[in-house]
Design a protein around this ligand. Structure first.
Ligand code: GDP
Ligand code: GDP
Length: 460
């Protein structure tokens, strides 16, 4: 199935690209900040226009770093977008008026031959329409006057691109893969395909644990920039990075939370974003502060990941701050979790520093490992070869004097992983018994970082 076309939003800083991006994706919360050049990197999103689907990239900050002379920066940004995008939206600032720098990009966009619209934003308030004259006089066309902030003329921006758009979204990557006996082969093919897509990794954690710093560090050492791939959901604002030999789809809440009063005003907002990021991920890295130790706030986020049954990695950040050598700090943070929270034993733990770049490679090694297990399906025969004899030796306790029998256990789902135990009296299988079986499964198949669950179903 073809991917929906990728439409790139180009423009100088502060013309309203992020606002337009959010608006086109139907996101009511425009998360913007008044400072120019604040968009840190490219943001990808997916949206619909009527029944048509498209993908959107806000090329915003890819080149607008402080050290770039503006003109050159725009050209670089335009070049990049031209390469990867199927269509272009060039955005200008109606309040500021026509800017000679715009002309270079306009020429450039035209020369590319890619479908493009030229948009003048901030056409709101008094005498708004008159502001368009300036642009018409410089021969910019086709020209659309919009107000991204107020949602004015937004549909006109997309309509010219309808011929490019697809009527169906690509295969969704968000559904778990279920196994039935008949569909086993299909499910295996699905897994193989899903694993080809970049791992979706959320970086979550309490405020100030260092999420932004870590993400920036990762993006800063990005060796190669690649095209977006399916998986970006409507609400998520994601980044694709290339690390080592692979692409990773980073879902980060940090950039968002940082970007304005709207977000900062509300803790609830941060929580919702965190939850959304976790749901959209395959693997969530919960960043902890080595300086603070484990807090209730950390545990709440960890529980959220486990509840959603996403892959979990615990990373002690700010490791560089620990005095007296790494072992002292390690003993404290790592041991605390291992001792006090045995239910977290399945999750790999590591130390890192977004500030110095320490152990970031290791984090990626762990992501790869957890992802492998996230998609691992143990065949029913192998599973029962391990737990069958165990159950015979240690059967569940009798229920009101009736024997409780487990016939067999099977893994019915990956991504996230779910096991089902078939028993004559499901109510007779206690939580403790399920935990006992989980531990035994993990002795042979560690399912590193994967919080699987065991359900019990009745069978006679
Ligand atoms: P970017 O740097 O191009 O991504 O621009 P932003 O989306 O961050 O917007 C820059 C500034 O312009 C912010 O202060 C926005 O509130 C403001 N802005 C964006 N769209 C509009 C609009 O349609 N009308 C007006 N009046 N202001 C807008
Ligand atoms: P976020 O709120 O989780 O995105 O946290 P930030 O990335 O904004 O970091 C919060 C503060 O911690 C900032 O002052 C950072 O400079 C600092 N910080 C972040 N990572 C590290 C680190 O690895 N080591 C040290 N020493 N400080 C860090």
């Amino acid at each position: 199935m073809a991917l929906p076309p990728l439409i790139a939003i180009l423009g100088r800083p502060n013309v309203g690209k992020s606002t337009l991006f959010n608006r086109l994706l139907g996101n009511r919360e425009a998360i913007v900040e008044d400072r120019p050049g604040v968009t840190r990197d490219r943001h990808y999103g997916r949206g619909t226009h009527g029944r048509y689907h498209f993908r959107l990239v806000d090329t915003g900050g890819i080149v607008f770093r402080d050290d770039h002379p503006l003109g050159a920066a725009i050209q670089k940004q335009a070049l990049f977008a031209l390469e990867e995008a199927d269509a272009l939206i060039y955005t200008m600032d109606g309040i500021e008026g026509y800017n000679p720098i715009d002309q270079d990009v306009i020429d450039f966009v035209r020369a590319s031959g890619k479908p493009a619209v030229f948009v003048v934003n901030k056409i709101d308030g008094v005498n708004a329409e008159a502001r368009l004259m300036d642009f018409y006089q410089h021969g910019v066309s086709p020209l659309i006057g919009i107000s991204a902030a107020h949602g004015r003329n937004i549909n006109e921006v997309l309509t010219p691109f309808i011929p490019l758009m697809t009527e169906e979204a690509e295969e969704t990557l968000d559904v778990p893969i279920r196994f039935t006996e008949e569909e086993g082969e299909d499910a295996r093919k699905w897994i193989a395909r899903r694993q080809l897509a970049p791992a979706r990794v959320a970086i979550v954690g309490r405020p100030n644990v260092g999420k932004s710093t870590l993400v920036n560090r990762i993006l800063g050492s990005e060796r190669l920039v690649t095209s977006p791939i399916p998986g970006t959901t409507r609400d998520a604002i994601d980044t694709l990075v290339h690390w080592g030999e692979k692409d990773y789809h980073l879902i980060d809440t940090a950039g968002l939370r940082k970007r304005g009063k709207v977000a900062e005003a509300s803790e609830l907002y941060a929580q919702i974003r965190t939850e959304q990021a976790i749901i959209n991920s395959e693997i969530s890295i919960v960043l902890l502060s080595a300086e603070d130790g484990l807090t209730d706030g950390d545990l709440r986020i960890i529980r959220e990941v486990i509840d959603k049954r996403r892959g979990l990695i615990l990373a002690w950040n700010k490791w560089d701050l620990l005095k007296g050598g790494q072992t002292e700090g390690k003993a404290k943070g790592f041991a605390e979790i291992r001792e006090k929270y045995p239910f977290l034993a399945f999750a790999p733990m590591s130390s890192c520093s977004g500030l110095t770049g320490l152990h970031i490679q290791k984090l990626f090694t762990q992501i790869d490992l957890v992802r492998k297990w996230y998609y691992e399906r143990i065949p029913t025969a192998k599973l029962n070869a391990i737990i069958g004899p165990l159950m015979a030796m240690t059967p569940p306790p009798r229920l009101k004097n009736y024997p409780v029998r487990v016939f067999y256990t099977t893994q019915i789902q990956v991504a996230p992983s779910v096991f089902v135990m078939f028993a004559n009296r499901p109510e007779g299988i206690s939580m403790q018994y399920r935990q006992f079986i989980s531990r035994k499964i993990r002795e042979t198949y560690p399912f590193t970082g994967v919080p699987f669950s065991i359900r019990v179903q009745s069978k006679n």
